[in-house]
Design a protein around this ligand. Structure first.
Ligand code: UDP
Ligand code: MG
Length: 340
């Protein structure tokens, strides 16, 4: 669990209506415009709101810029400084732990999801939806490298998990206080926030929202990171990869058994044969690669179990800029609330 944060929750939670949570990793070029557009939206909403930033180990000037935001609006803006890069989902998790709002909206720092869409999420929340997902309209990312693989993964995830969200990668979503409390009570070291939120929702819905191209900076996700978070999603919410693999193993064993019986028959009837060496190689190569894949799939689960068993903090907080005191929460109360 987090350093220092277990069982600690902010005081006077209910006095805030809306919390906006923003993970930041090397976004110095985007932050000022984002601040202006977001605060303009929040000022118009005219209900108590707050913004919680997590600086996820940025090496550029993001940290100083966020500190300046806190100085400008000390009672509205809170900043969590991570001691290293722990990933977008952990950055959101840490921010969730420090939110006070009745409704919490997660936003990216790069303005690809416009803050001007926030009121539409609030309308849905007011209409009784405790989880409002989002679908990127006319997605402005590379088609071959991002949109197409994402479409495929959304389809696959829909089949192998019971998470029915259309666009898993779009992080701009709203969650009720109850869902956020449940999410922060999960001690998962690798998780996928949008799916976890959906799992706890009682009345989920979705909105189609605008998607803009990244104006400044580059995506923080290279192919390797994308694959890693996708594995987090699949291993965290489904055992299907293991089941499919086992079933496939049964099928291959049955076919191999038939092949062996056929070969024995040939050996007895025709006698020894030396041909078919390359066919044999091909079959062997296929079976070896299947076995390696299987070890990999099992390894993905085992590695995540190992992370949890080690019980190291899943992220480290260096500093929190917050004007309000933190109070200890009675864990029993949260567990009772969870049971409801
Ligand atoms: N981000 C983060 N930690 C990371 C990677 C990304 O906090 O290790 C933040 C990033 O600053 C941005 C959001 O997560 O606010 C989404 O990242 P990005 O825009 O690069 O992802 P993409 O839109 O390309 O999927
Ligand atoms: Mg982006």
């Amino acid at each position: 669990m987090t350093q220092m944060t277990k069982n600690i929750k902010p005081a006077s939670k209910q006095s805030v209506y809306l919390s906006v949570v923003i993970p930041v990793y090397n976004e110095e070029e985007c932050l000022e415009t984002m601040y202006k557009r977001l605060t303009a939206v929040l000022d118009k909403i005219d209900k108590p709101s707050e913004i919680v930033f997590t600086n996820d180990g940025s090496s550029d000037k993001s940290s100083e810029i966020l500190k300046d935001f806190h100085k400008r609006r000390p009672h509205q803006i809170r900043v969590i400084e991570f001691n290293g890069n722990f990933g977008q989902h952990m950055a959101i998790m840490a921010a969730f732990e420090r939110t006070r709002g009745e409704v919490v909206i997660n936003l990216d720092a790069d303005l690809q999801n416009p803050p001007e869409e926030i009121p539409r999420f609030l309308e849905k929340f007011e209409a009784g939806y405790d989880y409002v997902g989002s679908i990127r309209d006319n997605r402005k990312d590379s088609y071959i490298l991002r949109s197409l693989p994402s479409k495929f993964m959304n389809k696959l995830r829909g089949k192998v998990t019971d998470i029915h969200i259309t666009d898993q990668g779009c992080m701009m979503r709203s969650y009720s206080r109850r869902i956020v409390d449940l999410i922060t009570q999960c001690d998962e070291a690798s998780t996928f926030i949008t799916a976890l939120g959906y799992r706890f929702a009682t009345n989920p819905t979705e909105l189609v929202i605008r998607h803009d191209a990244r104006e400044e900076g580059d995506s923080k996700y290279d192919a390797y990171r994308l694959i890693r978070v996708t594995f987090d999603l699949f291993t965290g919410f489904s055992m299907a990869p293991l089941h499919v693999f086992t079933l496939f193993g049964f099928l291959v064993s049955a076919l191999s058994g038939l092949l062996v019986a056929y070969m024995i028959g040939r050996r007895l009837i025709i006698g020894p044969e030396a041909e078919g060496l390359f066919t044999l190689f091909a079959i062997l190569l296929f079976l070896v690669s299947v076995a390696i894949t299987g070890i990999g799939i099992v390894g993905e689960y085992v590695g995540r179990i190992y992370e949890v068993v080690r019980k190291r903090p899943r992220f480290l907080i260096k500093e929190v800029l917050d004007t309000q005191p933190l109070i200890k929460t009675d864990t029993k109360k949260i567990i009772q609330r969870k049971a409801k």
